[in-house]
Design a protein around this ligand. Structure first.
Ligand code: NDP
Length: 493
């Protein structure tokens, strides 16, 4: 399917990277999906300089908004046309079950469509005049912007940055995670086919430790939109502060799910399982801390454990599979260490805590859905992001203590509330500190609704109509309307 060595995209030129040769590996079997040469630091420098030249020389930034929108609509249509190929590729690149990767591909198409619409309907404003002039606030593209994405939902996170950045008229340097390079490359091909001028997109697969700083420090890069771990995010934000560059950061989480004693238990069990175990828990918004009202704790946990044991772990190509493998052997080892740590801290494993048995699991990096109890909110595995299928469950006694514990985390990305009582759910939903709160549902997304985290979970918001504006600079313009010479002192303010 792929050439022997997959080319990367350096400002529209498809050629092998000049960095190390490596392979994208299918996490379910350990087989190679494609081989490529990573981008080197020199490739990154070249891509940025040529992207800047393309920003100045192509007409992309100067096209009228509805003309850029037309191209984005074509990208959406091409993604839909090739949806199955993209979904299968995403499955191989990161091992997610096919039903999830199909949903991610559909969301990527919707993202391009949404930002096409946001682009052509975006309005600048005329501000109230306070003198002999008309004042307006307009937006301009920034130039070269960088998008850095992680491995867990590549096509969705790539689209979430690429679509608004292009809609805003910028040239984009997209750096996917080293281990999942394939979808970003395909997306760039589709964008070119849809009519984005050559040079406006570069895709630089390669190690963050090799090219990350080259991208973020480069003076021509005017914004970085980053999704990934909190420590990497802080490192990038430090560089950004030195060059007065705006950034947006979608970082880690340790989200609290709260099940009240009046919850619909069937729905809540199903929602909690989906919240933590879909995507094998490799999700920033995974509901990894569970608080259950003490009065229903035993019954709820019994049902939850039975539900976790019934989850279908296995071949990501099988449409019935609910949980695939983890991304790498190393990542699985890190999850195993966390489970050992939880036990050493006094936790009891209610279910899971092992690799699944069976020949079909031998070659891949599978792990069983794991539920641990007997720990409090201070334990390390309750505080640190594990980024895997590990849930820590705790009972709670009253609402005040619940809110205090839910908010006692460096992270504040998402939270879930399960209750039939609208007023209690409203109170809790408002009291919990998180960028997104789901009430009687979990892990639902709308591209028209802003997304982001508080505290160590991030900075800024993606999605929503305002998602495009973060890739633009704001400019105020004053148009004089008086024929008379200006008064020496300005009376207006
Ligand atoms: P990392 O922070 O390690 O990597 C994310 C991206 O940053 C990768 O492309 C990585 O490249 C790159 N990178 C690494 N070092 C640098 C650097 N010095 N400069 C610039 N870029 C760099 O995160 P993970 O890949 O481990 O992803 C998991 C994390 O992402 C979790 O913490 C998770 O919570 C978070 N996440 C947040 C989401 C959100 O929306 N809030 C959504 C999804 C994930 P390389 O691959 O080479 O390391």
């Amino acid at each position: 399917m792929y050439p022997a060595l997959l080319p990367i995209n350096i400002a529209g030129e498809w050629r092998p990277g000049s960095g190390e040769e490596y392979a994208s590996i299918y996490p379910a079997t350990g087989e190679e999906v494609a081989r490529l040469n990573a981008a080197s630091a020199a490739d990154a420098e070249e891509a940025i300089e040529r992207a800047h030249a393309a920003f100045l020389s192509t007409d992309w930034a100067r096209r009228l908004p509805h003309q850029r929108a037309e191209v984005l609509y074509r990208v959406a249509a091409l993604i839909r046309q090739r949806a199955e190929m993209l979904a299968q590729l995403q499955r191989q690149d990161n091992g997610k079950p096919i039903q999830e990767t199909r949903a991610l591909v559909a969301s990527a198409a919707a993202t391009f469509q949404f930002f096409g619409a946001a682009c052509e309907t975006m309005e600048d404003i005329i501000t109230p005049s306070r003198g002999e002039y008309v004042t307006m606030s307009v937006h301009e593209p920034m130039g070269v912007v960088a998008a850095i994405t992680p491995w867990n939902s590549p096509i969705a996170s790539d689209a979430q940055k690429l679509a608004p950045a292009l809609a805003a008229g910028n040239a984009v340097i997209l750096k996917p995670a080293e281990v999942t390079p394939l979808l970003a490359l395909e997306l760039a091909r589709l964008c070119e086919e849809a009519g984005v001028p050559r040079g406006m997109i570069s895709v630089l697969p390669g190690k963050g430790s090799v090219i990350g700083d080259v991208i973020t420090r480069h003076p021509l890069v005017r914004r970085v939109s980053f999704t990934g771990g909190t420590s990497t995010g802080k490192h990038i934000a430090g560089i950004a502060a030195q060059k007065m560059m705006p950034v947006s950061m979608e970082l880690g989480g340790k989200s609290a799910t709260m099940v009240l004693d009046d919850a619909d238990l069937d729905h809540a069990v199903n929602g909690v399982l989906y919240g933590i175990f879909s995507s094998s828990g490799e999700s920033c918004i995974a509901g990894s801390r569970l608080f259950v009202a003490r009065g229903i704790y035993d019954e709820f946990m019994q049902r939850l454990v039975a539900g976790a044991q019934a989850l279908r772990v296995g071949d990501p190509a099988d449409e019935k599979t609910q949980m695939g493998p983890l991304i790498t052997a190393r990542h699985r080892e890190s999850i195993e260490r966390y489970v050992e740590l939880g036990v050493s801290e006094g936790g009891q494993i209610r279910t899971g805590g092992v690799r699944p048995a069976g020949s079909q699991f031998e070659r891949g990096w599978f792990y069983t859905p794991t539920i641990i109890e007997g720990l409090d909110n201070q334990a390390r595995i309750t505080r640190e992001e594990i980024f895997g299928p590990v849930l820590v469950a705790m009972p709670f006694d009253d609402e005040e203590a619940l809110v205090e514990q839910a908010n006692d985390s460096i992270y504040a990305l998402a939270a879930g509330v399960w209750s039939r009582d609208f007023k209690r759910a409203w109170r809790l939903g408002r009291a919990v500190q998180a960028g997104t709160v789901w009430v009687n549902t979990y892990k639902q997304f709308s591209i028209s609704t802003p997304f982001g985290g508080w505290r160590d979970s991030g900075l800024g918001r993606e999605k929503g109509r305002a998602g495009i504006v973060q890739y633009m600079e704001q400019k105020s313009m004053y148009w004089g309307t008086n024929e008379l010479p200006l008064a020496w002192a300005n009376p207006s303010h």
